[in-house]
Design a protein around this ligand. Sequence first.
Ligand code: ASP
Length: 706
Amino acid sequence: MRFSQRIFCGQLTPEDIDRPVVLAGWVDAFRDHGGLLFIHLRDRSGILQIVFNPKVVSAEVCRQAATLGAEYCIMVGGQVARRLAGTENPNLETGAIEVLVTELEVLAPAAAPPFAISEKAMVAGAPSAGAGPVDEDLRLQYRYLDLRRPAMQERLAMRHRIFQCVRQFLDSRGFLEIETPMLTASTPEGARDYLVPSRVHPGSFYALPQSPQLFKQLLMVGGLERYFQLARCFRDEDLRPNRQPEFTQLDIEASFIDEEFLYELVEELAVRMFAVGGQTLPRPFPRMTHAEAMETTGSDRPDLRFDLRFVDVTDVFPGTGYSIFRQILQRGGVIKGFNVKGQSAHLSKNVLQNEYAKEIAPSFGAKGMTWMRAENGRLESNIVQFFSPRELEELHRRFAVADGDVLVLIADPSRATVLSALGQLRLHMAARLGLIPPGRLCPVWITEFPLFEAAEEGGVTSSHHPFTAPDRTDFDPGNIEELLSLKSRAYDLVVNGEELGGGSIRINRPDVQRRIFAALGLTEKDIQERFGFFLRAFEYGAPPHGGLALGMDRTAAMILQTASIREVIAFPKNRSAACPLTGAPSTVKREQLAELGLLNLGGAETLPGVARQEDRLDRLSWVSRIGMTAEERPGLAAVLNEADQLAEQAARHAGPEDPVYSAVPVTNRTRPGTEARRSPFAESGQLLNNAPAVKGSYYKVASILE
Ligand code: ASP
């Protein structure tokens, strides 16, 4: 048997009957039928039954086969045969055939796996194999075994197909796939950075990218025009379900485009990606402004698979007889609600009052909740007696009330509280009452986000990131109120209440970008330090551009309808951002920390790396990568001091306009028009008098071995 003869289990069909074959894979399950041994052989393509029949195969091979266990890695040779009538297995694609084995080679035995991997029953009608749900951390600890499960393999194969679909489509639209650095400087996306200490620059750190934002914009300045990347991004955020500290984004940027270009592009792309999973996304995607989403659903990622839209009834109740509403309105409050159509049979007074009003609504931050049920053409509840006929009539009209409906109202002095509590109630009731139609997909673009949000510590922060274009540029960066009223040219793609991604048209004028930084409270020094390189790039004719990023783990999980994004990632972190397989994050040896300049080994006040940079001799030794003994230090210190004095003397004698002498002929590009003068000492050859070795006009030094 040779690997070159091997064919895949899932490839065989009844047309292959009588064909001699070589198969390789893992023992999925086995069944001993009094001398006849049946094995499910599994490879990536599927499962095939193989049979060890003493009438066909030698006693020696039969004996060896009897020692096989689950997950042994084996290779077999034999002949394809039709299964006996009545023994076909409808659980398997290959269930009509089997292979009668004549040769067996055990490639690698397996220890008993910590959980069942087999998913397919061996006989028709039997409950599916596999030992029920397995603890997720155990699955992640033995992920390589978990990955052997056909369901996991299928998900990763589908993820691959979705990624291929992205690549093909964007290529067809002229986008180039370009990689950007992983070891980089901080890119602000609102999370903390993962830092990587630099050994060769002690005390300095790289940041892993929160996104390729700055680089993709620089690619646009670089004239690449259309870029994409399936980029790994890293964000150190608080733990939340369905978040991973590292995740994959489809990152896109294009020049000379507007919002409409991106909407068309991403809609077409999303439709194609969902089609890979057999799902149809309805086009065109509707659009909703951020304000409308907040006012009608209480969320900037509204789930539009069901209605329960909010209606504002603040203006219905001025001077109302219901004192709670009256007091709230006197404090400038808001009253909003939604109609749960035809659900009064499922929302009893008891549930509404004792569960929702007393427990659930307060848990969502509301002080209370008002409810009414429509029966016999009238609204009923424990408080309707306080409402005037006009108020009740107006409620009827605004909510288009019919018998069987339930009205839910929240009133609060704070609009934000009303929106947030009602938004959570909306989702809670939809889920509880089964109002979410299965299989429905409701994409929506959310537009016109506020550019800034009020920061907790005063001032403003960017709602998206600071590179997003504002809707107008004539703002005063010092006027907080005006800043908070600005809208951005940002957009989010939301599907079924989940944000799949977002982006914006960017600022391409450095003066506007500077004013945004100033509005964010960055001083000129901060701006220079953090974004100087970026702003400089924008001095060189940056094209108008924009883009977006889609969370690919989330998108794949939605397309494949998995319970968590961890199901579509080969090696995810668990819910506490740890990897049960490798034990990461883990401690490291003190020596390693010391080497990175992160450990105060000598008890000095500062980190050793910083100290090394501050001491001139250490720095010299470090920069030149030449070790220095304690005895050599005083001599070198003296030489350095002498050099200092000479430099000072030279500086005193040289006027600012004096041309700098050069040892070899050079042109000074930074000072056009100035003549580069060669030093007279260089001209006469005197400059190199003391050189141990020279080549032409150059002083030869020993090369430094890395
Ligand atoms: N960099 C943004 C993000 O990661 C996406 C974009 O603006 O293109 O959310």
